[in-house]
Design a protein around this ligand. Structure first.
Ligand SMILES: Cc1cc2nc3c(=O)[nH]c(=O)nc-3n(C[C@H](O)[C@H](O)[C@H](O)COP(=O)(O)OP(=O)(O)OC[C@H]3O[C@@H](n4cnc5c(N)ncnc54)[C@H](O)[C@@H]3O)c2cc1C
Length: 367
């Protein structure tokens, strides 16, 4: 029997806003020579940076190893940079991370923290089949690494049951006919342009099952359940940082203003992981902001599950109950081109009002 979640706005302790670093071509993983410095880029992971972090780290470190360095620099200490640093150490390299913010202050900890490897990672056309193959490689590598983190103290990674609920029959999303396109404007114009790669890894990821009325604790007409992999930010960050420092890693607080600043570092091999900030730092206009936000209710360990209903997603993790409230008519287009990084509490409160009747019904025992 599931415990109802407490979703009163009184229990809302934080609202965090974040920008997804989206690139139509998919994340950037090429290498560039800047004078005597080899820079391997590792940024632009859209809504999938957590999920693809290990895979893209292995690819970036593989490129770094091609020149047999002993010491390397990693720029950035978000989930992408920190993971690349740990993978480089495991490959035997001495690593210094240079970053403006330490992990706990980066955009990465303002995400949702679920295994969503093809969430706003690319557009089908500009990315092409080569990126689809690279994506599959990254997703499979990451899945393997995350599986090795299951069951560790502090539950940095865990599977949580998540319920997809609706009052009307669930339908496959139909994309409205597009009147314009990325090719014409340089910005995604419709949800149908976003790449959908999940079917490539269907063999390893749990799928969902329909629940019969007697199995549905929420009293909605339709319910599906699936087990989804999740990351607890605090425990996961602690795990990675502990390994990084135990392996002799160094952290230097630095604010770079141009590629020349990076070329001036003593390390002559650099893995460049600045996330959305690459737009300014590298003058990379291929990065398109996609705004999103999460609300946080106090931790509720007695209600350890997630659900989606009416555009609201809830997820109860050890570090709190996360809330996202999106406009389901916009889908992946929500937040595209929006770089306003200001939290909007009223949007989260409106979301809580949508799901509150579900829990009132559970508490009343009428489910
Ligand atoms: C609402 C929301 C929900 C999301 N949910 C998920 C999810 O469930 N699953 C998932 O896989 N992904 C999710 N994402 C996407 C994920 O958060 C990002 O892809 C990821 O955080 C990108 O990480 P990063 O390390 O590249 O960048 P960041 O976290 O932005 O880190 C960048 C680092 O570079 C440093 N830096 C930047 N510029 C400079 C500079 N000039 N000088 C020095 N240092 C610099 C910063 O200080 C920081 O340390 C979500 C995103 C949003 C917005």
């Amino acid at each position: 029997m599931l415990a109802p979640m407490r979703v009163s706005p009184n229990e809302l302790v934080d609202v965090k806003c974040c920008i997804r670093p989206f690139r139509a071509q998919g994340c950037r993983l090429d290498a560039e020579q800047l004078g005597d410095t080899l820079v391997i880029h590792n940024y632009g992971h859209g809504g999938s940076g957590w999920s693809l972090s290990w895979g893209s780290a292995e690819i970036a470190v593989g490129k770094a190893m091609s020149v047999l360095p002993r010491d390397i620099a990693v720029v950035g200490c978000g989930i992408v940079g920190l993971t690349a640093a740990v993978v480089a150490q495991r490959a035997g390299l001495n690593v210094t991370i240079y970053a403006r913010e330490m992990f706990s202050r980066t955009r990465s900890v303002r995400a949702f923290g679920a295994w969503t490897p093809s969430s706003r990672i690319a557009l089908t056309e500009p990315a092409g089949p080569a990126f689809a193959a690279l994506w599959e490689q990254m997703a499979r590598i990451s899945w393997r690494y995350f599986r090795a983190c299951l069951g560790l103290p502090g539950q940095p990674v865990e599977f949580i049951d998540s319920y997809s609920l609706s009052d009307t029959p669930p339908r496959n999303r139909e994309h409205a006919p597009a009147t314009s396109s990325f090719a014409a404007t340089g910005v995604p114009q419709s949800e149908g342009e976003f790449a959908e790669y999940d079917s490539l890894v269907r063999d390893i990821v749990p799928s969902s099952t329909n629940l019969a009325a007697g199995e549905n604790p929420f009293g909605t007409a339709y319910a599906r359940r699936r087990s989804q992999m999740h990351f607890n930010f605090t425990g996961y960050g602690h795990m990675l940082l502990s390994e990084f420092f135990a392996m002799g890693g160094k952290f230097q607080n630095r604010d770079f203003h141009s590629p020349a600043d990076i070329a001036a570092l003593p390390e002559k091999v650099v893995i460049n992981c600045p996330g959305y900030a690459a737009r300014d730092l590298w003058r990379d206009q291929t990065i398109i902001p996609v705004r999103g936000q999460t609300g946080w209710l106090i931790p509720q360990p007695e209600a350890h599950y997630g659900l989606g209903y009416g555009g609201v997603s809830l997820l109860s993790k050890s570090d709190g109950v996360m809330v996202m409230h999106t406009d389901s008519t916009l889908g992946d287009m929500e937040g595209v081109g929006n770089s306003m990084e200001l939290p909007d509490r009223s949007n989260i409160e409106a979301g809580l009002a949508i799901v509150a009747p579900l829990f009132a019904r559970m508490a009343g025992g009428r489910a």
